[in-house]
Design a protein around this ligand. Structure first.
Ligand code: ADP
Ligand code: MG
Length: 623
């Protein structure tokens, strides 16, 4: 039971802090919570309308008025055709993208996308103002936050937000930033198919091992994801789809049909935006009607428009077949047969179309999960995840990814990443290292977390020494370092010398002690310092190579100085001295120059001596 109090100053109800789940969709967005009394995942709906439409789905559309103020949702959707230049839809498609990324689809957007610098992140121009996709998504999130606060009568400051499984780092980070800009602390970004599975209770049993296909057909995008759940951890085995295929294409197909069957006049439509808009809306109504009935008929601007179900199914058959092709590819990528799928989850408003359900059921050869509203499942799952994070569901799963990269320090103070950030846990990784000095008996293993190239800028998590390595020449020992993160986020680092079997390990808790703000700072540092890091890394590497060359030359001289001329010895000593000196300076190019110089001096006699050695080894032997 949630505690409820009254704020004496404002008279408003003060409930225990609530974390909401948000489905930030391309077409529609919505918020869900776990109801404090019933403990059921519940979509937040406006009960009194507020003049904003009483539905739960908030169209992800923003209309900017001349004054610069914005309206979001149903009201904005009305301007899609009437005022296309100032009405932004599908902002999600632009998240984390440069103009080059979307060039092929530039015609899709009826608003102005800036192409001046095609390499950098896109911006949208409205009037004389510029908005990044992060700004735009934050406007939608702010609206959702306000609506939730209005309904719940309590501040909403924390959220779990969903993203498609195929979103990359930049897109996830952009979503996180949009949340922050909207005044939300984003506790976690989770995958939409994972959320949908959670809504169906899949994965909530810790001992469950399941393989799930999540088929998501929304307004403008389609994706299929194959998930594997083991011990409450979701892993995306594969994902496929088409980011320009969805219910909007069904609407367009209906409009085209009305035109080709002379129920609508193309020239009239094209010359009159408001006719176009009403025809488009009629087509969407027709589609929805045909999800329930056999026939649709309406009057629009004095014209009778009609279509029946079988005609509609003929129109979309090709589109649906394309989604099934993606399903085949996803199965292939996951290395699975259809029979190995334990459950199919239907997501997205367009899966309400009976033909879609039938096609998917037929393809997988089994019943699909469709008992929940397909356009609500993602938000419901996000609410379940939010509740788990709030600690109300402690015995449930801990889905997680590593927020920062984990690695060890290698010579020159360089960070060698073993587990990159955003890896799903549990996970493991191993790599081999070797000794730098002859007879080296111990090796210091320093574990770091962070994105910078030099460990000194990252955070040290642990350090231990692998001792008892048996004496051998430098470079011969084979030390395998392995990192393992279990489902609870505990990192174990193990070092083992493979020739002798000497072994040492240590347990580290990577996440603890780092706040979200720390993580964000470390990430943004890694971006701002990228340039200087590259230089520092280059300097570090040049130094390492220089030291290595000095060592090998020394060893060579110890064995072979008798075979060198006096002049060769003198030149070599000079070149070594110069290289040694350059290592103490901060100039990478100088080191490289001295490195090359020493190489050039030693190469001729090294080759000569090698040849002599080979010749003497061959003496007396016949081939
Ligand atoms: P997104 O995930 O892209 O934001 P949704 O999952 O909300 O989108 O799906 C929106 C799409 O679902 C729209 O194309 C809408 O017309 C379609 N849709 C909603 N309800 C129905 C229905 N009853 N029958 C057919 N299509 C529907
Ligand atoms: Mg969706």
């Amino acid at each position: 039971m949630a505690k409820i109090g009254i704020n004496i100053a404002t008279g408003s109800l003060q409930k225990e802090e609530m974390i909401v789940g948000i489905d930030l969709g391309t077409t529609n967005s919505l918020i869900a919570i776990i109801h404090p009394e019933s403990r059921e995942a519940t979509i937040l709906k406006e009960v009194d309308g507020m003049g904003k439409g009483a539905g739960a789905l908030v169209p992800s559309v923003i209309h900017f008025q001349e004054t610069g103020s914005a309206e979001v949702g149903e009201l904005a959707k009305d301007y899609l055709v009437a005022d296309p230049g100032n009405t932004i839809f599908s902002a999600k498609r632009l998240m984390g993208k440069s103009f080059n990324d979307i060039r092929d689809h530039a015609g899709f957007f009826s608003y102005k996308i800036i192409d001046e610098n095609p390499e950098s992140l896109v911006k949208v121009q409205v009037g004389n103002k510029f908005y990044s996709p992060i700004d735009l998504s934050s406007i939608i999130l702010k609206e959702l936050k306000q609506r939730a606060e209005h309904i719940l009568k309590t501040p909403v400051n924390k959220a779990v937000i969903t993203v498609p499984a195929y979103f990359n780092d930049a897109q996830r980070q952009a979503t996180r930033d949009a949340g922050k800009l909207a005044g939300l602390e984003v506790l976690r970004i989770i995958n939409e198919p994972t959320a949908a599975s959670l809504a169906y209770g899949l994965g909530l049993d810790r001992n469950e091992q399941k393989t799930i296909a999540v088929y998501d057909l929304g307004g403008g995008t389609f994706d299929i994801s194959i998930l594997r759940i083991t011990d409450g951890v979701f892993e995306v085995l594969s994902t496929h789809g088409d980011t320009y295929l969805g219910g909007d294409d069904f609407d367009r197909a209906i409009m085209d049909y009305w035109v080709s069957s002379n129920q609508l006049d193309a020239t009239e439509l094209n010359s009159n935006p408001s006719d176009m808009q009403s025809a488009r809306l009629a087509a969407e109504r027709a589609k929805k009607q045909l999800s329930k009935g056999e026939h649709f008929e309406t009057m629009v601007d004095g014209r009778r428009l009609s279509i029946d179900k079988s005609t509609f199914e003929g129109l979309i058959e090709g589109l649906i077949n394309r989604t099934l092709d993606s399903c085949k590819l996803a199965l292939k990528d996951a290395g699975l047969k259809i029979t190995e799928i334990d459950a199919i989850v239907m997501v997205g408003g367009s899966t309400r179309v009976p033909y879609v359900k039938k096609a998917v059921t037929g393809f997988f050869g089994r019943e699909v999960n469709d008992s929940l509203n397909p356009d609500e499942v993602v938000a419901l799952g996000a609410a379940i995840q939010a509740d788990i994070l709030a600690g109300n569901n402690r015995d449930f799963l801990l889905l997680d990814i590593t927020p920062l990269s984990l690695g060890i320090e290698t010579s020159g103070g360089l960070m060698d990443v073993l587990i990159p950030r955003n890896s799903k846990i549990p996970t493991r990784a191993a790599r081999q290292y070797t000794t730098q000095v002859d007879g080296q008996a111990g090796m210091r293993i320093s574990v770091f977390q962070g994105e910078r190239d030099l460990v000194q800028h990252n955070r040290k998590l642990a350090e231990f020494i692998l001792s008892g390595i048996p004496g051998m020449p430098a470079g011969l020992a084979k030390v395998e370092i392995s990192f393992m993160i279990d489902a609870d986020g505990i990192l174990t680092v193990r070092a083992k010398e493979l020739r002798s079997g000497v072994e040492q390990s240590i347990e580290v808790k990577p996440q603890y002690g780092l706040t979200d703000a720390d993580v964000e700072r470390m990430l943004s540092d890694s971006i701002t310092h990228a340039e200087s890091d590259i230089q520092a890394r280059a300097l570090g590497e040049a130094r390492n190579e220089g030291e290595q060359l000095l060592k090998t030359t020394e060893r060579f001289l110890q064995k072979n100085s008798a075979h060198l001329t006096h002049q060769e010895l003198l030149d070599t000593a000079h070149a070594m001295q110069a290289l040694q000196l350059s290592l103490t300076m901060e100039d990478k190019n100088l080191i490289l120059e001295k490195h090359t110089a020493l190489n050039e001096i030693s190469k001729p006699y090294a080759e000569r001596i090698m040849d002599e050695a080979v010749a003497s080894a061959m003496k007396g032997k016949s081939i």
